[in-house]
Design a protein around this ligand. Structure first.
Ligand code: GBH
Length: 473
């Protein structure tokens, strides 16, 4: 495991927001209950071959029914913030038109339960579960979807706006566009680079329209969450790293925070279907002032120049670039463990986009966890009196989180305006194309019985939150 470079105790600034994150399709289950319509992930996960072992989100963590127990668990850990996503097809079963009151009722109950336990809700409006009816009408490749998204945002704000201060529009539009519409490993499983560039633009447009609508309705804070990573080039040159950085990071950062696309992105998109979908005025809509940039960081990308190499399936325009396999320690996803990447990223963002506050909205790791089932344990202290049966000794995850928090602390010391940190994830859950095989939770889920077992990392995290920092390493 990697524990970063710091060795002394690290105390975070007063008011630093500690929390955990999840997403609707990954945890809720109850896929056909209370009027929820189908999303692209319901459709996609039912096609054999798309998700490992045919897993789906039909039941997941059954959070839809167990949310009160899950909020108690959060309170027991001392979380100040909980980031969840709102399932669009619960609110608007066909994506537009008729509002399903029962869907709004669920998030209303969840928000009240959180506030009742002193936990601040951080809803995200889109974490990849597009209503299937909108996909049938063209999905994110169609411009109309951006407008439908802004309408959805307004409906949710109308119900929860009196109790929710910070609103995040999108989670990781790069993943939604390029894994959904280009490599096809995510829903809706399309393999069309031109559609992916259109989807990316319409996601950004949807962000801008929704940000405007939320602000007009009185939202206190508006945020956008991106998957961001330093791109590190081995061998000579830096042109290859710059191109991948433009596609993955700046394709979203620059329109949202500066009102323009990087030249490299325009040039590559022009060769993949053209730029006809970008209309006059769109970039002004996309460039709404936002309060917070949400950062999902897992690992850096490593690339090198490799003449003759075909383009990566998720990165049109990367002919001649090799995405190098990790050489050091990795997680169960085979993702490299590189905490310094988080410091580099945070420092760069605060230098290049100084006007926006930063919040780590996801960071965490999957490891090969084993439930040790034989001990009853009153999770040293208590989870509201619940005796927890079993334990998971996930020192590797503690090492990952410790290293990344030390990196975050170093970035703050270097001047980054980092306001908080939300671990991915509260619960083991449906890890997209990997199904239930990859466990990112600090709380273990037995998917047969739905038993929740806080892992050692959860108890470690509780201690971090309590002391607002890390012990000396
Ligand atoms: C997040 O996605 C999701 O928001 C969350 O739902 C998910 O469960 C969690 O992470 C864990 O996967 O250079 O092609 O290798 C993270 C998606 C995966 C995007 C790694 C960037 C590397 C790009 N990230 N990926 S590549």
């Amino acid at each position: 495991t990697s524990r970063g470079s710091g060795s002394s105790a690290s105390v975070f600034p007063d008011g630093f927001v500690w929390g955990a994150a999840t997403a609707a399709y990954q945890i809720e289950g109850a896929a056909a209950e209370d009027g929820r319509g189908p999303s692209i992930w319901d459709t996609f996960s039912k096609v054999p071959g798309n998700v490992a072992d045919g897993h789906t989100g039909d039941v997941a963590c059954d959070h839809y029914h167990r949310y009160a127990e899950d909020v108690r668990l959060m309170a027991g850990l001392g979380l100040a913030a909980y980031r969840f996503s709102v399932a669009w097809p619960r609110i608007l079963p066909t994506g537009a038109g008729r509002v399903n009151a029962a869907g709004l009722d669920f998030y209303d109950r969840l928000v009240d339960e959180l506030l009742g336990h002193g936990i601040t809700p951080y809803p995200t409006l889109y974490h990849w579960d597009l209503p299937q009816a909108l996909e049938d009408a063209g999905g994110w490749a169609a411009r109309d979807t951006a407008h439908r998204f802004a309408d959805f945002a307004a409906v949710v704000h109308d119900r929860l706006g009196d109790r929710v201060g910070t609103w995040t529009t999108l989670n990781e539009p790069w993943v939604a566009a390029f894994l959904g519409y280009c490599s096809g490993v995510h829903a809706p499983g399309r393999r069309d680079p031109a559609a992916a560039f259109r989807a990316a633009h319409h996601l950004l447009l949807g962000h801008g329209l929704a940000a405007w609508a939320l602000r007009a309705a009185g939202a206190a804070e508006v945020a956008l969450t991106l998957n961001l990573a330093p791109v590190i080039q081995s061998g000579d040159g830096h042109e290859e790293a710059a191109r991948v950085d433009a596609l993955m990071n700046r394709q979203f950062l620059d329109p949202a925070l500066r009102g323009r696309y990087p030249e490299e992105v325009l040039e590559i998109a022009a060769r993949h279907g053209g730029l006809g979908h970008i209309r006059d005025g769109d970039l002004a809509v996309i460039h709404q002032p936002i309060d917070l940039l949400g950062i999902n960081y897992y690992n850096p990308s490593f690339v090198s120049a490799a003449p003759g190499e075909p383009a990566n399936p998720a990165f049109p325009g990367t002919e001649g670039i090799r995405f190098d396999p990790p050489t050091g320690p990795t997680t169960a996803m085979d993702w490299p463990i590189e905490p310094s990447g988080l410091e580099t990223l945070l420092v760069r963002l605060s230098r290049d986009y100084p006007e926006v506050g930063l919040l780590v909205t996801e960071n965490g790791a999957a490891f090969d966890d084993h439930l040790v089932d034989d001990a009853d344990r009153d999770a040293d202290g208590d989870f509201d009196g619940d005796v927890v049966k079993g334990t998971v000794h996930d020192d590797d995850r503690i090492g990952y989180l410790d290293g990344h928090l030390r990196a975050a602390h170093a970035a703050i010391s270097a001047g980054a305006d980092l306001r908080g940190y939300l671990v991915w994830s509260l619960l083991d859950n449906f890890e997209w194309a990997y199904g239930y095989h990859k466990r990112f939770g600090i709380v273990y889920i037995d998917f047969e019985t739905q038993r929740r077992v806080p892992k050692d990392s959860a108890l470690w995290y509780r201690d971090v939150i309590e002391r607002n920092g890390l012990r000396s390493a």
